[in-house]
Ligand binder design. Structure first.
Ligand code: OVM
Length: 401
């Protein structure tokens, strides 16, 4: 980190999407926060925010920090997006409002009550199956990935065929919010094939008669959204609904494997499952970063950011900012993690967060009644992604009842 005394804005030459930084972003994020409220990243000619106060304020100010120019590095004012923009993630009011209202209702706590009993039973069946096969296993593949893949595609209402495309599509999509580096190039050969498959799942004919997908099309029948919008809103579910929850669940399982005292607390009080998941989302921030674009010249922390510029928001850095959190690096199920920006903040705050919380509640509840202790059974391995803090493998050993 270098600071030019002649300028008001600290400058960093670091590539936050460099593979070495993605492997362990925490030291860079601490430097970023300490450098100032706004830092200029000369490698990409963008600004960055790592402190909770400014990240929170910018996320809440959708008028000043737009999403419609894209929430990746690419600026849609000047560059053609690689896929038609999301009607939710990459839109601002007024266009954002109707898709958001429709999806909020379909994915809201009330609507999810209907899925609760069956997801709890699915989690129990999955955990029983894993524990019967042995007491040492990979918590990522066997639980964190297996559970969302077991319940979410069915809830959306897509076919069985091709579901193995969901994770690779999401992996590439989240890479594509970053620069065109080796991670994006690695995914490029399959983009056309994966996109074609995802898009084909979004038509009315491809979807089951109940499920989130059918409910989106029913909203078009009612005139709440247009028929042109419906398939793109289904696409948002398939884009944002799998890799995110897989990595959120991986985060909470990894956290507990490394913190036996915290598992003990959860065992003593299983009602902590929901808070524990939010604490893991704060601590690990499965979605590490998103960009915004200034809609006018805006001053932040004494730095003038001109109109139309990209700002990289470090959700992960904000969630570990010692200016906001006590012992931010500690995973603590007794802390109040509310206010974390791991799900974003403001009008774009994760519309699927109740789905994610229900998945984690189901999985943790099934585990906590069956597993006395959980510990690492070998080194956990990261999966590198430009946006996601992801795990390839988290080997664990458990003692079950
Ligand atoms: C979407 C979308 C895609 C990726 C992430 C996301 C975290 C949304 O297509 O709407 O939100």
């Amino acid at each position: 980190m270098t600071t030019f005394a002649s300028s008001h804005v600290p400058v960093s030459h670091v590539d936050p999407f460099g593979l070495d930084i993605l492997e362990n972003p925490l030291p860079f994020q601490a430097d970023l926060r300490d450098a100032g409220p706004v830092v200029y990243l000369d490698r990409y000619d963008v600004f960055a925010m790592g402190r909770y106060e400014q990240v929170h304020a910018a996320l809440t100010d959708w008028q000043g920090f737009q999403s419609a120019a894209g929430v990746g590095l690419s600026n849609f004012r000047y560059e053609k997006p690689w896929r038609p923009p999301s009607l939710l993630l990459e839109a601002d009011p007024p266009y954002h409002d109707a898709p958001r209202a429709v999806l909020s209702k379909i994915l809201g706590p009330r609507a999810l009550q209907k899925l609760r009993a069956s997801w709890l039973a699915d989690a129990e069946a999955l955990v029983d199956q894993v524990l019967e096969a042995g007491t040492e296993f990979d918590a990522v593949t066997r639980l964190a990935a297996a559970f969302p893949l077991r319940v979410f595609p069915d809830a959306v209402g897509i076919h069985e065929t091709g579901r193995e495309n969901l994770l690779p599509y999401g992996d590439h999509l989240f890479n594509a919010f970053g620069p065109v580096n080796s991670l994006v190039e690695k995914g490029a050969p399959r983009v056309a094939e994966l996109s074609a498959w995802v898009n084909a799942q979004c038509t009315r004919e491809a979807l089951s008669e109940e499920g989130f997908g059918a409910q989106i099309w029913a909203a078009a029948d009612r005139g709440d959204i247009t028929y042109e919008q419906a398939p793109l809103i289904v696409r948002s579910l398939l884009s944002a609904g799998v890799d995110t929850t897989v990595n959120g669940l991986a985060a909470v399982l990894y956290a507990f494997a490394g913190h036996p005292d915290q598992w003990e607390r959860l065992r003593a009080n299983p009602m902590l499952a929901r808070t524990a998941f939010d604490e893991a989302v704060r601590w690990e921030s499965p979605v590490q970063t998103f960009f915004r674009t200034t809609t006018r010249d805006i001053e932040v922390g004494g730095v003038l950011i001109p109109d139309g510029r990209k700002i990289l928001m470090f959700l992960g850095a904000a969630n570990r900012d010692p200016r906001r959190w006590e012992n931010p690096d500690t995973f603590d199920v007794h802390r109040d993690p509310s206010g974390h920006v791991g799900f974003g903040m403001g009008i774009h705050q994760c519309v699927g967060q109740h789905v994610a919380r229900l998945e984690s509640e189901a999985l943790l509840t099934a585990l906590v009644t069956r597993v006395e202790t959980v510990e690492p059974a070998g080194p956990a391995q990261r999966h590198l992604n430009n946006t996601l803090r992801s795990w390839k493998s988290v080997p664990v050993r458990v003692i079950s009842n």
